[in-house]
Design a binder for this molecule. Structure first.
Ligand code: DQA
Length: 170
């Protein structure tokens, strides 16, 4: 059981730190197309995610932005953090999933493990949503479980980080 997932930094033990990015229009969750995206608001999703992270011994920094540049700046800041190091990225890129070469390049460029999540099953929707420019530079993609996609994505990301930490100790 990895209920207390932690990495060792010298003598002390640091919590795993995850950057959670929510892309465009996700600030409207709860009101936006609820048949597709559900009734939960973004603050409610973040609250659940924070609770799960605390249970798993991780800490989260969350950001929602409608701007591609702000999302890219946050990824760059994760590469050169002012405070605690960032260990991985959980991202719902929203519509940028299907269009943004720049976001993809930023994720590839910072070299941190990333997991892409979607509330809806993008593969069961319009054809233009079937292609993700982001997924190929991520560890994996979770799609179609509503707000639970975030929780599944966080668990997958933390397990991946733990596996990498364990194999680097071998
Ligand atoms: C989404 C799916 C995208 O295709 C869409 O543009 C969104 C939300 C999702 O979470 O299901 O904004 O990322």
């Amino acid at each position: 059981m990895k209920d207390q997932l932690q990495t060792e930094v010298g003598e002390s033990v640091a919590k795993v730190s995850i950057l959670v990015l929510h892309g465009p229009n996700l600030n409207l969750l709860g009101r936006r197309e609820p048949d597709t995206y559900g009734h939960m608001t973004l603050p409610e999703i973040d609250e659940r995610l924070q609770a799960l992270a605390a249970q798993l011994g991780a800490e989260l920094q969350t950001l929602q932005s409608n701007s591609e540049g702000a999302l890219i700046d946050a990824l760059h800041a994760a590469m050169d953090p002012v405070g605690a190091p960032v260990d991985g990225v959980l991202i719902n890129p929203g519509g940028y999933t299907h269009t943004s070469v720049a976001l993809r390049d930023a994720i590839a460029g910072i070299g941190l493990p990333a997991v892409e999540v979607h509330l809806s099953n993008v593969h069961a929707r319009e054809e233009f949503r079937h292609r993700s420019l982001i997924a190929p530079v991520c560890v994996g993609q979770i799609s179609g479980f509503g707000w639970r996609s975030y929780e599944l994505g966080l668990r997958g990301l933390l397990d991946t980080i733990a596996d990498c930490a364990a194999s680097s100790l071998l």
